[in-house]
Design a protein around this ligand. Structure first.
Ligand SMILES: [Zn+2]
Length: 494
């Protein structure tokens, strides 16, 4: 006797993680029926129309931003896998659309689930969050845990929309939800790295990457997870064998592409000093215990990149990788220099960006050459979230300790459980509501949450934020910005 097939809705099947999840679902068609929600763009129709109507595959051609389309897709499903998002660098230039898709779209998914029988209690929702929520975690505090304060980088509007969506899910009242904060997804076509965003990233950034295949596989594995998996936030990375420092990653890639030695082509002061994201996930094994998705290593990824190098670089490579010709070097250097955004901010005296990414012009001027560069050793005493250890049975005292750690107060005088919403006040005097488990996951005051970015004021009153923020900010810095890339009036978050 075969068990009843599960019906699985996947959003974002046209993305790198979603695409791999779709392939994985296709491999499991004996166990599940697949529903895709896809925008009816020419590209999507070209790539997916052939699956429409195949046994076990239903495509809802619609828009995540349209509640009716989302409801149609959610009707009758058992699982919702929701990796769809507008991501950087595209998201940086389209903040309004970014919020509509990432936050608005997720709100539509939540509402559609709650319209199902029994308030959607039997349906599971897995949402893909982002490592960008933590902001930069440069050495010596490169180890990240769920519960660390969320402090998206200044101007990273994308991250703020992902955080707002998390918040909506955690306190949505949906019974089975899980959030997986996804790290950098490595795809074989690594030439897409050749984007100005590459220079926004400090060379000493720790990265625990994950291959798109492992990310997609892990996402589908959640449909097999036990009940206890849900109502929790996880960090999703590729594990110890996928950990690398950005400069070493770049060095290897440049070598593979035959583009020469990174330190000869790109001076150190083309790269930002801070204000990007990524780190090593200290707790990513928690998720692997459930999903078993750690199947590929960094070396597997390099091998895949090597295999997908385009022909024109293959032709070039034998001449450049042994002794890079001066002509090639000059060409590559010119090409790279045009992309080096941080250098342009300095040249154009773009004060707010210089502040955010360097601290000051003086700090940029003080950047030495590669010969003096050394990776700072890890701090053996990484800042930790909670001295207020989780008691067996959480109480009001525990809730108060959570607030106190952030320099605020719990205003409620009774406590039911971790998911029941309480009233709080942040150190800047804003009152807000939220569940204790929202705070446990690193969220705090929605009015303080960016935008605008105002960490210099917040860190003065928030001891937990201060522990992380002052890693690479001075106490006398002042920056408050609404937006760094485009003129836009953001709506209030929360
Ligand atoms: Zn506040």
């Amino acid at each position: 006797m075969s068990a009843k097939k599960k019906r699985v809705l996947l959003t974002g099947a046209s993305g790198s993680m979603g695409g791999e999840a779709f392939k994985e679902l296709l491999r499991r068609r004996d166990k599940c029926d697949i529903v895709l929600l896809l925008r009816p763009s020419k590209q999507n129709r070209g790539a997916f129309a052939k699956y429409d109507g195949q046994p076990g595959v239903t495509i809802v051609w619609g828009d995540l931003c349209n509640p009716d389309d989302v409801l149609k897709a959610v009707n009758g499903v058992d699982h919702v896998l929701h990796p769809a998002a507008l991501i950087a660098p595209e998201a940086d230039g389209k903040p309004k659309q970014c919020r509509m898709i990432n936050f608005g779209g997720t709100s539509n998914v939540i509402a559609a689930i709650k319209k199902q029988p029994n308030n959607g209690d039997t349906i599971t929702l897995v949402y893909i969050g982002s490592v960008a929520a933590y902001g930069d975690r440069l050495p010596p505090i490169e180890w990240i845990n769920v519960g660390d304060p969320l402090k998206p980088s200044v101007g990273d509007y994308y991250a703020t929309t992902k955080i707002a969506a998390e918040r909506a899910i955690i306190d949505s009242g949906i019974k089975h939800w899980a959030i997986m904060r996804q790290t950098y997804i490595a795809i074989p076509n690594a030439l897409t790295l050749m984007d100005p965003i590459m220079f926004h990233q400090p060379v000493n950034t720790y990265i625990e990457l994950i291959t798109s295949q492992d990310a997609g596989y892990g996402l589908v594995q959640t449909t097999e997870a036990p009940d206890e998996f849900y109502e929790r936030v996880y960090n999703m990375g590729g594990g110890p064998s996928c950990r690398v420092v950005f400069v070493d990653y770049m060095r290897r890639m440049m070598k593979m592409f035959g583009l020469g030695d990174v330190t000869k082509i790109m001076p150190l002061n083309w790269f930002a000093l801070r204000n990007f994201h990524c780190g090593w996930y200290e707790d990513s094994d928690e998720l692997n215990k459930y999903l078993g998705h750690w199947r590929h290593s960094l070396e597997d990824h390099y091998k895949e990149v090597e295999d997908s190098i385009p022909w024109y670089l293959r032709i070039l490579k034998p001449c450049t990788s042994i002794t890079p010709s001066s002509v090639t070097s000059i060409f590559v250097r010119m090409f790279m220099r045009r992309m080096a955004d941080p250098l342009h901010w300095i040249e154009n005296n773009d004060e707010e960006k210089v502040k955010a990414f360097f601290g000051s012009r003086q700090k940029w001027e003080a950047i030495g050459g590669w010969k003096d560069y050394a990776l700072q050793p890890s701090n053996p005493n990484q800042p930790r979230r909670m001295k207020e250890a989780m008691p067996d049975k959480p109480t009001l005292e525990y809730a108060r300790a959570l607030a106190q750690a952030r320099g605020g107060q719990c205003l409620s005088d009774s406590f039911v459980d971790l998911k029941t919403v309480l009233q709080w006040k942040c150190g800047l005097g804003h009152e807000f509501s939220g569940s204790p488990r929202l705070l446990q996951a690193g969220h705090w005051c929605p009015k303080c949450a960016a935008p605008p970015w105002n960490y210099d004021e917040q860190a003065k009153v928030d001891p937990l934020l201060a522990k992380f923020y002052y890693n690479n900010h001075d106490k006398d810095e002042h920056q408050k910005v609404d937006y760094l890339y485009c003129p836009y009036e953001p709506e209030e978050v929360g």
